[in-house]
Ligand binder design. Structure first.
Ligand code: ASP
Ligand code: MG
Length: 465
């Protein structure tokens, strides 16, 4: 099997396996092979088995009936039992699993009686705690010397339940004193997604946060590389569900990958690259189903810097246009509008301005709903006091990601050539050399991406690395 490392290195490798990679016993066995075939892998970070976190979220709803609660619990148990059935568990591991399942049932009951963000995070932590216990056993069954490590001993966060902020300065010394000594003789298996605040309360880093956990641990360990094993063979030129011409990239720079993650590519959690960039640790993304197929290497400097690397698509965008004739030549309009938005804790994504109006989109990446849901009545009435407000929904944001897009010859011609008669609601070009973004109606977005992809990659020799 090709070892996805790019140099002769002796620092540890952190491997992270996502939910689909750990969905059942066969999937876990494939991950065990990957770990064992790459002896530099010292720390393994796991997600919950596929579907388990969704069931836990379901369980955290206080409105659940008793029967629904029992059903969700038994589905979670079944996922574990199907894996256990293929394993000879040590007595201790069997006890751990039983104990976790019993605790989970108790906490779900407690939430039904008295819901809180604190209990919800505790409940959500069980997916990773179960999968890490079982994956340790799978590694041991394969003859590896594996130990289970509770990441809450080192993953220090603040107390913002549901989206806790890792305290990087505290994590590093904790990792060095508590986790690092274990990797000398063992493969350490630990949980993604979860952490603990200073008083030991369990927290979570937000959905999909296991990638971020792996990067934070990699940073604290001074890892040689962070390998993110998922169900796709790397980062693609665009979502392969949109066009069958999409292909996996062999390399992409940190900056480009960060843009892609921010603008909707789902492969990596958007925060993942922050610790990797800070410490310049390459991140490999590959498929645990097909490790031979290679994957994408994300690193500081890539061999090629093509103008067009990839296209991202983010749906459910809301465009807010604020207009005020009074603001003609008057200073401070932008400041007034942004102060109101900041007061309501809204983060703005894209902005274009004219003399009397501002068009902007609301950043709703942390919300499953569209930006519209974030525009409260109070906010709108405050805005209405200083300007007219128009809201447009059902828009999609398309981002072209690459290098020197701001200054390369012919970008506009290509873009407008591919757009044909599709109308563009807003376009942002020039603020970053790595992206060009625009909004179109949601129902034409896929075909625009498809045409653009053809225009930028199929007709362009060597555009894709
Ligand atoms: N299990 C968590 C989730 O489903 C974290 C992760 O998988 O990264 O969101
Ligand atoms: Mg994920």
């Amino acid at each position: 099997m090709p070892n996805p490392t790019d140099s002769q290195i002796s620092a540890p490798i952190v491997a992270k396996f996502g939910g689909t990679s750990l969905a059942d016993f066969q999937a876990m066995q494939r991950c065990a092979d990957i770990v064992i075939n790459c002896p530099q892998t010292s720390v393994v970070v796991v997600s919950a088995s596929s579907g388990v976190t969704n069931l836990l979220v379901e369980l955290s709803r206080a409105t659940l009936s008793d029967a629904q609660r029992q059903q969700a619990l038994s589905q979670i148990e079944q996922i574990q039992q199907q894996i256990i059935a293929k394993l000879t568990l040590s007595e201790q591991a069997q006890e751990q699993i039983n104990h976790l399942l019993a605790q989970l049932s108790d906490i779900s009951e407690a939430i039904a009686a008295n819901p809180s963000a604190q209990l919800t995070d505790k409940l959500l932590s069980f997916g990773e705690r179960l999968s890490s216990t079982l994956f340790t056993q799978v590694l041991m069954a394969n003859g590896a010397s594996a130990v289970l490590f509770d990441v809450r001993d080192v993953m220090r966060t603040d107390t913002s339940f549901g989206k806790a902020l890792p305290q990087v300065d505290e994590i590093k010394p904790l990792v060095v004193s508590r986790l690092l000594p274990l990797i000398k003789d063992n493969i350490v298996v630990t949980q993604g997604f979860i952490g603990a605040d200073a008083s030991g309360q369990t927290t979570t880093l937000g959905r999909g946060g296991s990638d971020y956990s792996a990067a934070l641990l990699g940073e604290a360990l001074g890892a040689a590389q962070i390998n993110i094993w998922t169900d796709v063979t790397g980062i693609f030129t665009t979502d392969p569900r949109i066009t069958d011409q999409a292909r996996a990239l062999s390399e992409i720079s940190f900056n480009e990958a960060a843009e892609l993650a921010t603008f909707g590519a789902k492969v990596l959690h958007p925060s993942t690259l922050v610790p990797a960039m800070r410490t310049n640790i390459p991140v490999f993304v590959g498929s645990s189903r097909d490790p031979q197929a290679g994957g994408t290497m994300v690193r500081n400097r890539t061999e090629h810097q093509p103008v067009y690397r990839a296209i991202a698509l983010r749906r459910s965008q809301t465009l807010v246009t604020v207009t005020s004739m009074d603001m003609l030549h008057a200073p401070g309009f932008l400041a007034t509008v942004f102060t109101i938005l900041a007061k309501h804790n809204l983060s703005v994504d894209l902005v274009t301005t004219s003399e009397i109006s501002i068009a902007l989109t609301i950043d709703s990446t942390d919300n499953d709903s569209s930006g519209r849901a974030l525009l409260s009545d109070e906010l709108l009435s405050e805005l209405n006091q200083v300007c007219q407000v128009t809201i447009e929904e059902n828009l999609a944001l398309i981002a072209l990601v690459g290098n020197k897009i701001d200054s390369s010859y012919g970008v506009g011609t290509k873009l407008f050539g591919a757009l044909g008669d599709v109308s563009v609601r807003l376009i942002c070009h020039g603020a970053s050399q790595h992206n060009l973004c625009f909004l179109v109606a949601d129902d034409v977005a896929s075909s625009v991406v498809s045409r653009l992809h053809h225009q930028m990659f199929q007709l362009e020799d060597g555009a894709v690395s």
